[in-house]
Design a protein around this ligand. Sequence first.
Ligand SMILES: [Fe+2]
Ligand SMILES: [Fe+2]
Length: 189
Amino acid sequence: MGSAHPTLEYKIHTTIMQFKFTDPATDFSSGLQVITDYHQDFLTRGVQLVELAKEIKKQGMTEQLANQCMNMYCHYSHATNLHHKDEEEALFPLLVDQSSLIIGMIERLIMDHEEIEESWAALSSRLCHPENINNFDHFLHLAIEFEKILRDHLTREDEDFSPLIKTLLSDDQLKLAGTKMSEIRHLIS
Ligand SMILES: [Fe+2]
Ligand SMILES: [Fe+2]
């Protein structure tokens, strides 16, 4: 696979190792706190992601912008995967014996996760090879679409789901969810 920018490609590849995932969550004493920390991070980073795509469209790909793409790729690849595991493996199982309303909400949220992962797959294949991005309009479209799908989902969870969780789960259960989330990270690392 040839590149029109061999120097740029070389530099990007030599700096890959500098990108390190920093977990947005530091307090695992409550599963809900971990979820809240991730949602806040996704919202902030989503704005930065769209800004990055706009900047690339404006000035073309530069080494600095390519590095930002790799940084986004590194972060979202880990964060999206971990966050969906946190919810599906640590939080949702505590709610399966609840009402059919809750079960229906969980099914809907899991479908959202699949949609987010599909959108991310399309965007991430570009982000991890910034030297190959040549259709900047399409790249911006993919970034805007991913940011919107994720933000709509976060809003649904924050406004409809989290308030219910707070009334249904005890402090001990939320602590258990936090412990499980911590274990998920130990298994992965
Ligand atoms: Fe979710
Ligand atoms: Fe979430």
